[in-house]
Design a protein around this ligand. Structure first.
Ligand SMILES: Cc1ncc(COP(=O)(O)O)c(C=O)c1O
Length: 401
């Protein structure tokens, strides 16, 4: 099928809720993506962060091939699924010893986190610890997903427009300001929920004291701390989980994107005493934790570990930041270069959409978020030469602006 034919199919049959470019993706390998016309792109935003270890990583491909030929899907009732248990173990051993509920996307992971926070608070209230608590405090410029509840959690009015009434119980505060959270927490607050680094909101890295201060505050007030690690999780920032950069643990974290090495999977991980509140009948997902997605996740963890990709993510981040800071000296309209590991933002003093288009024409895929922030989420397995090539293209586009 030609590119024009595929686009025609979309125009006729697919809901136009995405702003697509006229490119039909047909093949991916590592940091590279090919379109239907044979053009090759260096992909520094692979799958919106899903392909954390690049397109079609051979270990993931092999694991999925083996698994789909043996067992594709069974439900969580009445069955135990070995691969699900093994992936949960990998997460627990590399994070805070939490127990995992598996789902299929980031929004679902956050839904599960919010439901668990409320259910845990309800159990505590039933035990007489405090009155009913249900409020969840979230931060301006957060992004937690597109279901109605996660839209309500997402503190950006542009995502609320036209969808009222939103589920109640969310309180929005400025990001990177623990003092305001201290003032807002009240006896109805069940949880505080933030991204360790805000992704869609502009790759906002909080100051060093923010997450530790939230942890102390939540402990003092008996409130749960939830980290949305959908974007920052599974090695992206150079640590297994973003919060490890600050040495603080959440009570609950959500995961998705890179968790399945390219396959759809989400997760909600909770400290065991909190996880206890999700008893049978309280929450579920038909596809959640299916053998194929979990086998892919296990392979992704093994790849990250055995190929030293956490260290590579750190190296890539430094390479990009060093280069972009040098470009900033030359072009004069780059306001800031920030981020950790393979999660980098380049903030401009002007909209970045045209730059993204120019890069695309020149064979480089990047993203622009929050209007002015170029966002790079390259594969953790990218080579120094690939990153240098991407930076050459980006520098060319920036210099021509
Ligand atoms: C931090 C964060 N949370 C949640 C989501 C929603 O994930 P999904 O699109 O898989 O539902 C995203 C997606 O970009 C995200 O970046």
């Amino acid at each position: 099928m030609t590119t024009a034919e595929t686009i025609a199919l979309f125009e006729k049959h697919v809901i136009a809720n995405y702003g697509r470019s006229p490119i039909v993706a047909v093949r991916g390998e590592g940091s590279w993506l090919w379109d239907a016309d044979g053009k090759r792109y260096l992909d520094m935003f692979p799958g919106w962060g899903v392909n954390g270890i690049g397109h079609c990583h051979p270990r993931v491909v092999a694991a999925v091939r083996e698994q789909v030929g043996r067992l594709m899907h069974v439900a969580n009732v009445p069955f135990y699924i070995e691969e699900q248990g093994r992936l949960a173990q990998l997460i627990a051993e590399r994070s805070f010893g939490g127990k995992t509920f598996f789902c299929n996307s980031g929004a679902e992971g956050n839904e599960a986190a919010i439901k668990l926070a409320r259910r845990y608070a309800a159990d505590q209230a039933a035990a007489g610890a405090h009155p009913i608590r249900y409020k969840v405090i979230t931060a301006y410029n957060s992004f937690h997903g597109r279901t109605l509840t996660t839209v309500a959690a997402t503190a950006q009015p542009k995502y609320h427009a036209g969808f009222y009434p939103l589920p109640p119980g969310f309180v929005h505060v400025p990001y990177d300001d623990a003092d305001v959270v201290a003032k807002i927490i009240d006896n109805e607050t069940a949880a505080v929920m933030v991204e360790p680094i805000q992704g869609e909101g502009g790759v906002n890295v909080p100051s060093p004291g923010y997450l530790p201060a939230l942890r102390r505050l939540c402990d003092e007030r008996g409130v749960l701390l939830l980290f949305d690690e959908v974007q920052t999780g599974v090695g992206r920032t150079g640590k297994w989980f973003g919060h490890q950069n600050w040495g603080v643990e959440p009570d609950i974290m959500s995961l998705a994107k890179a968790l399945g090495g390219g396959l759809a999977i989400g997760a909600m991980v909770a400290k065991p005493h909190v996880a206890k509140s999700l008893v049978p009948g309280t929450h579920a997902s038909t596809f959640g934790g299916n053998p194929v997605a979990c086998a892919a996740g296990i392979a992704a963890f093994e790849a990250i570990e055995q190929e030293g990709l956490l260290a590579n993510a750190v190296r890539i981040g430094e390479q990009i930041k060093t280069r972009m800071k040098a470009v900033a000296e030359k072009v004069g309209f780059i306001r800031d270069v920030r981020g950790l590991g393979c999660m980098i933002g380049v903030e401009l003093d002007r909209p970045g959409a045209d730059l993204v288009k120019r890069c695309m024409a020149d064979g480089l895929l990047i993203n622009c978020t929050h209007d002015t922030v170029l966002r790079l989420l390259p594969s953790m397995a990218a080579t120094e030469a690939e990153i240098a090539q991407g930076m050459d293209i980006l520098e060319r586009a920036l210099s021509a602006t």
